[in-house]
Design a protein around this ligand. Structure first.
Ligand SMILES: [Zn+2]
Length: 276
């Protein structure tokens, strides 16, 4: 009976029930974000996608929503989130649409950054494990703002998801969004966050991970200088460090990753710059 009641409720909801956050963030493509409407509830529901906890917020004046990161490798079609609330557990479906990602060819003089030496591989593995663990954090607390500020003022350069070839060899797709800004430009927190990892990595160079809450995590890399400490709470708009060209970079630029439920998604979505 509960199912029928829920179904009727869905059918009677007006088409404009979605709020501003839902409309802005709902880009259900590979490497995008799905906003799933969870309906009213007196207490916050919890939800998971592919076994990982998902960001849940209450959209102002509206209902609960789940904000789900969709892996770049996802095929178009039906996906589902598992929701738990006072009524029990239920699955809610959403459709993933297709999106084309272009190719990028990059020439690096430092061939060791394309084909690392055996001694580099150990370091790379260790660094990957450390960063993966940071992305898997799921801390309580609602992000200060879901509509992010741009971390730097400057034009976008390489978009998220580009298939990349270094010196003709295919490597991982571009996991973030680049801004064309000069060395030394301050990188500002797009929302309040806690510094959960600082590193100086083989590929990423000087790097800061900022935890905005509930699995929403920013990563800035290739930095020339880090201006925060591990565990520091960084208010929205305060600088975490400066733009540089450390790690595998052809020149100074700001590279920004955004992760949701341990999935790297297109940061352009969060600053209203998404192009289908
Ligand atoms: Zn980049």
């Amino acid at each position: 009976m509960r199912f029928v009641a829920a179904l009727l409720l869905c059918l009677t909801l007006p088409a404009h029930a979605e709020g501003f956050i839902s409309r802005l963030l709902n880009k259900p493509v590979p490497g995008g974000v799905a906003v799933v409407q969870l309906g009213p509830a007196s207490q916050a529901p919890t939800a998971s996608y592919q076994g990982k906890p998902v960001l849940i917020v209450h959209e102002e004046g509206r209902d609960w929503i789940a904000i789900v990161g969709i892996p770049l490798t996802t095929k178009p079609g039906r996906q589902q989130v598992q929701v738990q609330d006072a009524d029990g557990s239920r699955a809610l479906a959403f459709e993933v649409r297709s999106r084309d990602y272009k190719e990028q060819r990059i020439t690096l003089k430092d061939t060791r950054k394309v084909n690392p030496l055996p001694e580099d591989l150990k370091r790379i593995d260790r660094e990957l494990a450390e960063q993966t663990k940071a992305y898997q954090r799921f801390s309580p607390g609602t992000p200060s703002n879901l509509l992010f500020d741009k971390p730097v003022d400057g034009p976008l350069s390489s978009p998220f998801g580009l298939r990349r070839f270094f010196n003709g060899e295919e490597r991982n797709p571009h996991s973030g969004l680049d801004f064309a800004v000069g060395a030394g430009t301050p990188i500002k927190a797009p929302a309040a966050g806690k510094v959960i990892l600082i590193g100086d990595y083989f590929f990423n160079g000087r790097t800061v991970f900022l935890d905005h809450g509930q699995g929403l995590i920013s990563m800035f890399c290739h930095m020339s200088k880090v201006d925060v400490k591990l565990g520091q709470l960084v208010p929205r708009g305060v600088a975490v460090g400066q733009v540089g060209a450390t790690g595998r970079a052809t020149g100074p630029h700001m590279h920004w990753n955004v992760s949701l439920n341990d999935v790297r998604v297109d940061p352009a979505i969060f600053i209203g710059a998404f192009r289908p």
